[in-house]
Design a protein around this ligand. Structure first.
Ligand code: DAH
Length: 336
């Protein structure tokens, strides 16, 4: 009997292995169901004596269990095969067709933006972001330009009202006039040491002309740590100048005034021909600004800088009218 069971089991396993995947579901009934060979043998167990029945019964149970497991495995195989077939059938060829005619590229302002990020990341900065819609507090108050500060007048601010009958400015919500509010957000978000640059879009209520746009781009820098000095600022500006423009360029700082830095400076870049180019503002972070950022000015010091990205692109490419960059005339755009 044991031999019969063994050969019936082998036969059943062979049937499973060679069964076509479509008929897997019928295998169970066929090989283990009432009419199956193995079930038939089970019925015969009754005619055996006790010891034989125990041995044969256990062999039969094992045989049926292994056939059942083989069927399950075959079913899983069938399901995998069906899935693969479906994936194959539904596959879409999304390969890009080779460009016909013109090929697109990044806008020249985007190129300048990305190159600036690359250079600053190379100098150890990380890139931070802030919202374009800001509050009066971040854009002015925390930057040492409280209500009534004369410097506010230099920023022709676009205000966002909460309701139609609200006067401009009443809601305290505005389109950021510079990227400097990101300084405050960075200080509030992370412990020093801080080394960030924050490129982004800024807005001013300006009529477009050859040198002004109401929407433009700036990049802000902020470093806060212990014992940061003006020498660190000058060294960073110089390292940036050489990395971005080339080794034949150098930089200088000129005394200036900004409410959020003390002392403040303007920085210029010297071209190989000896001419100087005004680039942006910078200085040592004002103690009030550190305080607004939640830092103790007795313990921490820092420097900041900010300059226009669009101006940078204009200077690099000798564009005479800044508006040309935004009209998006393809004949202009594709030159860069
Ligand atoms: N936020 C200034 C502007 O828009 C530029 C600026 C000047 C940024 C000095 C700075 C700075 O971080 O230190 O005119």
């Amino acid at each position: 009997m044991i031999d019969d069971i063994r050969s019936a089991c082998d036969e059943a396993l062979a049937a499973v292995a060679s069964a076509h995947l479509d008929v897997v579901d019928q295998l169970h009934a066929e090989l283990l169901g009432k009419r199956s060979h193995l079930s038939g043998m089970k019925a015969k167990l009754g005619s055996l004596d006790a010891e034989e029945r125990r041995v044969a019964g256990s062999a039969l149970n094992q045989a049926m269990a292994s056939v059942s497991a083989a069927i399950d495995e075959r079913r899983a195989q069938a399901q995998r095969a069906a899935l693969e077939a479906r994936i194959d059938a539904e596959r879409l060829d999304l390969t890009e067709a080779p460009p016909v005619g013109r090929r697109g590229h990044l806008h020249l302002v985007t190129q300048a933006w990305e190159q600036l990020e690359d250079v600053f990341v190379g100098l150890g900065f990380t890139v931070a972001e802030g919202p374009e819609v800001e509050t009066d507090w971040y854009n002015f108050e925390a930057l040492n330009m409280g209500e009534g500060h004369p410097a506010r007048g230099e920023f022709d601010t676009l205000f966002v009202g909460r309701s139609d009958n609200e006067l401009p400015g009443e809601s305290g919500i505005l389109l950021r006039t510079h990227t400097s509010p990101v300084q405050i957000r960075a200080m509030l978000a992370q412990e020093p040491p801080i080394h960030i640059v924050a490129p982004g879009r800024v807005f001013r209520r300006d009529t477009p002309d050859a040198t002004h746009m109401p929407v433009f781009h700036q990049i802000e820098g902020l470093v806060v740590d212990r014992d940061i000095t003006m020498a660190d600022l000058a060294g960073t500006i110089e390292a940036f100048t050489r990395a971005f423009f080339g080794e034949e360029f150098t930089s200088r700082l000129r005394p200036s005034y900004f409410p959020f830095t003390e002392p403040s400076a303007e920085f210029d870049v010297r071209r190989p021909d000896g001419s100087w180019l005004e680039l942006g503002g910078c200085g040592m972070v004002h103690p009030e600004v550190l305080r607004a950022g939640g830092l103790d000015p007795e313990q921490w010091s820092g420097f900041a800088f900010g300059f226009g990205i669009d101006r940078m692109a204009v200077m690099r490419h000798g564009v005479s009218d800044i508006r040309d960059m935004y009209v998006n005339d393809i004949r202009f755009i594709e030159q860069f």
